[in-house]
Design a protein around this ligand. Sequence first.
Ligand SMILES: Nc1nc2c(ncn2[C@@H]2O[C@H](COP(=O)(O)OP(=O)(O)OP(=O)(O)O)[C@@H](O)[C@H]2O)c(=O)[nH]1
Ligand SMILES: [Zn+2]
Length: 370
Amino acid sequence: MELEDIGWNEEFAAEFKPFAKKGWVPARLVRDNKIAYGALLAGPKELEVVMSGKVYHDATSDAELPAVGDWVALEVGVGGDDNDNMIRARLSRQTCFSRKLPGKSSEEQVMAANVNVVVVMTDAGSDYNPRRMERYFMLIERSRAKAVVLVNKSDLFPDDLNTSAKEEIEELNAEADVYITSAAKNEGLGVLKQYLKKGVSITIVGSSGVGKSTLVNQLLGDEWQWVSDVNELTGKGRHTTTARELLVLDEGGILIDNPGIREVQMWTDENTLRESFLDIDAIASRCKFHDCKHASDKGCAINAAVESGELSIERYESYLKLEDEIEELNKRRKKRQMITERRAKRDNRIKARNLADRIDYDNNQKPENY
Ligand SMILES: Nc1nc2c(ncn2[C@@H]2O[C@H](COP(=O)(O)OP(=O)(O)OP(=O)(O)O)[C@@H](O)[C@H]2O)c(=O)[nH]1
Ligand SMILES: [Zn+2]
């Protein structure tokens, strides 16, 4: 395995020159364990690494800390205890797939660095939501990666439905490549070959249950050939490598899949939910009473629409559940935000765990006029 196989290129090499003079080596981060990172080096070799106090302190926000997919300059074998591989610098990101955390408008969370292609999975059925698709496109455009959309589960829907979803998505974003696929039946996936080339990093996003894992399994093949040469070297079996968030596919291409990306599927909000019921809102505006609960209220336009067949009963029921769903969503988000903040505080403390860093860190924690 060469560095090029895992995404190294001329720009990275140019930026790395001064670091090479110090005896540091390039590595790509394949895992973020919070306490330590996993890094893949030429060889191939996989090492546990920690970030230096300088890298930690120079980061003015969490988004600037090393993330999965980043290229770093590594000092191998300093000290002698378990902290002996140190991230000395992070190279500039050529792309950066990130999201703004809900509630903290300025806080950015990096899901993966240096991703070249983001594959969005949806289907032509209940998952299909043009507003959500637009928001994915927004994230991808900001990341500077290429957008590829799979209208999956094509085996479950009529051809014309699949085609109209595809065409509508193409209208939303002329830059995106859109394909109809069935991950379960391994149909139409061949189009991904054009992206899965040596050194190209891709990641997959989409709602829960849309087929992401099924696609990953198809790409990896039945034998789950995770960077087999690395495995031979480290003696790590398939179960120990599942924690790795960056995989080199045998046929070429690098797959990045981590919890941050997985969670993007929950990244929906009140507005998106409400927008998906705009048609029903329009009907509701015809209700006789302004505060109509659309249950058995007199003069309810929604009830009338259900009776006349203009509105399906299923859609009516999900509309009634909307308010509950929004409340649930907001509760979940608040909880997640609290956990994230608490965890971030703890992790930052742990990351600065070697002694010098720790002293540095503690000094910085003191008030200015201490
Ligand atoms: N009919 C059909 N079923 C599919 C297809 N792709 C996936 N499925 C099924 O849909 C279900 C969910 O698929 P997953 O691959 O686990 O979905 P996921 O996106 O990874 O879901 P999360 O792990 O929750 O994010 C499974 O039962 C799959 O077998 C498809 O193309 N056609
Ligand atoms: Zn009503």
